[in-house]
Design a protein around this ligand. Structure first.
Ligand code: ADP
Ligand code: ZN
Ligand code: ZN
Length: 741
């Protein structure tokens, strides 16, 4: 027998199947998805690989073919569905198959061999029967009787499980061990079961009619075309309750569920709801877990002990055998697109996974991506709006736009408009909490010379430095380069250096200056370092240890603070001028999401949106809460200009240390695309940020009405030019938007 092996080395030259002999001793073990060690290359170095197929014959001559030398595991690290998904990602995201296989296997397992773990187990001891009789009729020993019965019924189990299942059983267990009714021993296991105690308090809420109607529609669609579903409802409209009902139904059908949430919303508050509802059938995974913890979750899924996994985008690759549903909360979130290779988009990858397995795909958000909304208008996705808030009495907040140009004209130079200032003062007096949102971390946006106008820029990147007040340093947010704050202008020597704009630190300082009695917390990348930094700040705020929370995007997401009645968006237009086609979409989403933080309980909420462009349509429609108009307007705009999702486009970034080579390669690639007359080519042009970490950046955009043709042609050109370009030190990074293959 021969095994077809993909090596775990990600390189284009060796990204194909290699045949190896399966020696007799591995014959029962060699299966699809198993890891192997094989000799490779001239030196015959032992390399890790994965079996992707088995066969009886091979074209490799007998004197050339080599043996599999070692198999580290007793279980496969992927199944055939996952392998299919890896092949699809390989084609879709211009990455090696090897890298895609690594993506679908438990992360961190590569090259690991010994990851068994000692766990204390309990089993029936020599004197079990005697004790059982002894305690059977004794009124005083109820706990002991309970424990013995439990072990009798369930057999051997981890000690922790027993202790968690029966309240304050430690003393009784100790006695039973001493009389040898029970025996504790060490067991080497791959995955350690853990216990989420089912909480009686988690009273299941009765769905309201609107929610029930969603479940009905979903059920009908599952039987009919099984198209993906989009639930469009504001935060608090009861989407999570709907998800949990769907999952219950799926579990009752003997199937399994994946729930994707943005990493940042994996708060104890959020995961706790699922844990309480599904108890030991549910598991959470996230990127802050170590290998052992993540592997534990993965293995329990493989062993069939878990029915629901809640996690970030990588939870998509859990090895379920009977997947029934994939739920994607906050569908519009950017974090669903991987930043490392393969740059997969979890939303479309989930759709592919569902098409392979027949599982249903349910997405939910208060601010759909324009892409998904557009697909609803094409009937490719079922659109279900949720109009009401689920909790009685809670209302949409009252939103006000403030024109900051006018504030300046009338002599207000602070970061707070007069209206916001007044409301903050009142809120403080009433003991209510306020959230202030600013789209930037750090102190100032940029530092410039007042005399000559010179702007301090990073020497490695085409971006200006940010000033961090606490350290008094200038920091490049792209490469991390940090330099001392200049005493004089490096160009003209002037002493007048100016710090422009506003960041989280600056806002924090201003709050302290104008509201000296207020207790302030700040949340941005600088303050949330460490494993629990993020939840520490949120918990403090939720516990009322601060009056005002200042933060970046991080505070925009799914937290439910009952006492927050005022939200200030300090510069709503900051996300507008990014030079991207979707900047209005991002602005609309941000305002809508942040505004949703106000008044989540019975208290009335107020939102103040400060902007220098009060006439911008995205801002106005977000403030009015007019979703339909926003999406229709945006889609017609993109149709006219041929932007995704209305037209398929491929966007290729060219990176290289040599500017001339980088530009020339981009031109060469454009030339290849021009051979197809159906394609519309934009560029190449330098990127909006033309240099990062000493690498020059150019972009080329190709539009087409035909997804598949564009995709195939791009793949051909990529394969043809890649090696040539890499020899010149230029790297192509294709990104594909709005393409369906
Ligand atoms: P979303 O996920 O859309 O933000 P949730 O499902 O979290 O909404 O619901 C918001 C709040 O309303 C939660 O506290 C939830 O328990 C409650 N809730 C949801 N549906 C109902 C219902 N039918 N009856 C009573 N309370 C509900
Ligand atoms: Zn830099
Ligand atoms: Zn100067």
């Amino acid at each position: 027998m021969f095994a077809q092996v993909i090596l775990s080395i990600s390189h284009n030259d060796i990204d194909r199947v290699f045949d190896y002999v399966v020696p007799e001793k591995f014959e029962g073990k060699a299966k699809l998805g198993m890891r192997v060690r094989v000799p490779f290359g001239k030196g015959g170095n032992i390399t890790e690989g994965y079996i992707v197929g088995l066969k009886d014959t091979t074209d490799v001559p007998e004197d050339k073919i080599k043996n599999i030398v070692y198999m580290p595991d007793d279980f496969p690290v992927f199944n055939d569905t996952m392998l299919k998904l890896a092949y699809w990602m390989h084609r879709r995201y211009f990455t090696t198959l090897s890298r895609c296989i690594q993506t679908i296997t438990p992360s961190g397992i590569k090259d690991k061999t010994d990851y068994y773990k000692n766990v204390k187990y309990i089993k029936i001891g020599d004197n079990f029967a005697d004790s059982l009789i002894k305690y059977e009729n004794s009124k005083k020993s109820e706990k002991k009787r309970l424990i013995l019965k439990y072990v009798l019924e369930n057999g051997e189990m981890p000690l922790s499980v027993l202790r968690n299942s029966i309240n304050s059983a430690d003393y009784a267990i100790k006695t039973l061990r001493e009389e040898k009714a029970l025996e504790v021993y060490d067991k080497k296991v791959l995955a350690e079961p853990y216990i989420n105690s089912l909480n009686e308090e988690s009273s299941v809420v009765e769905l309201n009619d609107e929610q029930k109607a969603v479940i009905d529609k979903w059920d009908k669609e599952r039987i009919a075309e099984n198209r993906p579903i989009l639930i469009h409802g504001v935060t608090g409209s009861g989407k999570t309750e709907i998800y949990m009902n769907m999952i219950e139904k799926i579990i009752s059908e003997g199937k399994q569920a994946i729930v994707l949430v943005p990493e940042i919303s994996l708060t104890p508050m959020m995961t706790g709801r699922f844990m309480k509802r599904f108890g030991n059938k549910a598991a959470v995974t996230h990127s802050k877990m170590n290998f052992r913890e993540r592997f534990n979750c993965w293995k329990r899924v493989q062993d069939g002990n878990i029915s629901v996994v809640i996690g970030p985008r990588s939870a998509l690759f859990m090895p379920f055998e009977r997947l029934g549903i994939v739920i994607i909360d906050e569908e519009h979130e950017k974090s669903y697109v991987s930043e490392t290779s393969p740059a997969y988009d979890a939303v479309e990858t989930a759709e592919k996974l569902c098409s392979f397995t027949g599982a249903s795909l349910v997405m939910g958000t208060a601010t759909p991506s324009v892409r998904t909304y557009y697909r609803c208008t094409e009937n490719k996705v079922v659109y279900i709006p949720l109009e009401k808030r689920a909790v009685k009495g809670s209302r949409q907040p009252e939103i006000e736009i403030v024109d900051m140009r006018k504030e300046l004209e009338e002599g207000n130079r602070t970061v707070f408009s007069r209206s916001l200032f007044e409301k903050m003062t009142k809120n403080l007096e009433n003991g209510r909490q306020t959230m202030l949102f600013i789209n930037r971390r750090g102190y100032s946006t940029f530092v410039s010379c007042r005399s000559c106008g010179y702007v301090m820029k990073c020497t490695h990147c085409d971006v200006s430095y940010k000033y961090h007040a606490t350290s008094g340093k200038l920091v490049c947010h792209y490469c991390g380069e940090t330099v001392a704050r200049p005493e004089v202008c490096p160009v003209c020597g002037s002493k007048y250096i100016r710090y422009f704009g506003t960041g989280t630190q600056k806002v924090e300082e201003e709050v302290k200056k104008y509201f000296s009695t207020a207790r302030v917390l700040r949340m941005d990348m600088d303050t949330v370092s460490g494993k629990n930094g993020y939840s520490n700040i949120l918990n403090k705020f939720a516990d009322g240890e601060a009056d005002i929370l200042v933060g970046t995007q991080m505070i925009a997401k799914g937290h439910d603070f009952k006492n927050v009645t005022l939200v200030g968006i300090l510069a709503a237009d900051m996300s507008l001028n990014t030079g991207e086609f979707d900047s209005e979409e991002k602005t609309y989403q941000l305002i809508t999401q942040v505004a949703g933080r106000a008044g989540r309980a019975e208290l009335e909420g107020k939102v103040v949106v400060q902007t220098y462009s009060p006439d911008n349509e995205a801002i106005k429609l977000a403030v009015k809460g007019n979703a339909k108009e926003f999406y229709e307007r945006e889609i017609s705009f993109r149709k006219t200009l041929g932007y995704p999702p209305c037209k398929a486009s491929i966007y290729i970034e060219f990176n290289g240390k040599n500017q001339k080579n980088t530009a020339e390669c981009a031109v060469m690639a454009a030339y290849e695309f021009r051979k197809n007359e159906e394609f519309e080519i934009l560029g190449p042009v330098p990127e909006y940020i033309s240099k990062i970490k000493d690498e020059y950046r150019y972009r080329l955009i190709v539009h087409s009405a035909d997804d598949l043709m564009l995709m195939n042609r791009a793949r051909e050109i990529y394969d043809k030019l890649r090696d040539e370009f890499e020899n010149l030190g230029v790297y192509m990074k294709p990104k594909t938007e709005g393409i369906r293959i």
